[in-house]
Design a binder for this molecule. Structure first.
Ligand code: IMP
Length: 192
């Protein structure tokens, strides 16, 4: 088994990945708590690469990192890489976004997830990106999920992320799509 350090402080993310990677030759480990990487990149992919590369070098093992967020068309792609820093709570972030959009009729938005895998020397081995297209509602709907889920409506399923059963969200979400692209590549890496 090759150790793959997950560059997140969130044990939920490690568990979720473990389910996907079951049966592959990678042993997932959480990153050491004290190791923090500042997200200074201008894009989701820059941040994912930065985190994977710095963690890999610091621990001398393979590392995987993701960065994700919401891009709203009428706000020229904001909150984008600032999605997590757009306010001090989910409620505040949602309220700020709704205030900034006001009654704008263009509600188009997309969630983006970038994932990078770095070798122990910090060089990047894999990069994948997943998207989910949707619309920003004027009023939150649903109680599941986290973050911007209650205002992100997916027309194809006529549900917000917060109304979707977790299984469906995993299938259609930006993260699910990025992971789907990643796994065959991780499998190929493992066979080299
Ligand atoms: P990250 O943890 O640095 O990738 O930050 C992602 C931020 O984007 C989170 O704090 C959320 O605000 C938002 N975000 C990313 N993915 C989702 C999602 O699936 N639903 C709702 N909000 C999300």
């Amino acid at each position: 088994m090759t150790v793959l350090v997950v560059a997140t402080g969130n044990p939920g993310k490690v568990k979720e990945l473990q389910v996907y990677l079951d049966g592959l030759g990678w042993e997932l480990r959480p990153k050491p708590d004290a190791l923090e990487v500042e997200e200074t990149g201008a894009t989701f992919m820059e941040n994912a690469c930065l985190k994977a590369s710095q963690i890999a070098q610091a621990v001398g093992e393979w590392a995987i990192a993701d960065d994700s967020g919401l891009e709203v068309q009428a706000l020229q792609g904001s909150p984008g890489v600032y999605s997590a820093r757009y306010g001090s709570s989910d409620h505040d972030r949602i309220q700020r976004l709704l205030d900034e959009l006001g009654s704008t009729s263009n509600r188009a938005a997309q969630f983006v997830c970038a994932i990078a895998v770095a070798r122990p020397d910090g060089t990047i081995a894999l990069q994948t990106e997943g998207y989910c297209l949707g619309e920003i509602l004027t009023v939150p709907q649903g109680i599941g999920g986290f973050g911007y889920d209650p205002i992100f409506y997916v027309p194809e399923h006529r549900l917000t992320f917060a109304e979707m059963p977790p299984e469906l969200k995993r299938q259609v979400s930006h993260r699910g799509k990025a992971l789907e692209l990643l796994f065959p590549q991780l499998r190929a890496l493992e066979q080299k």
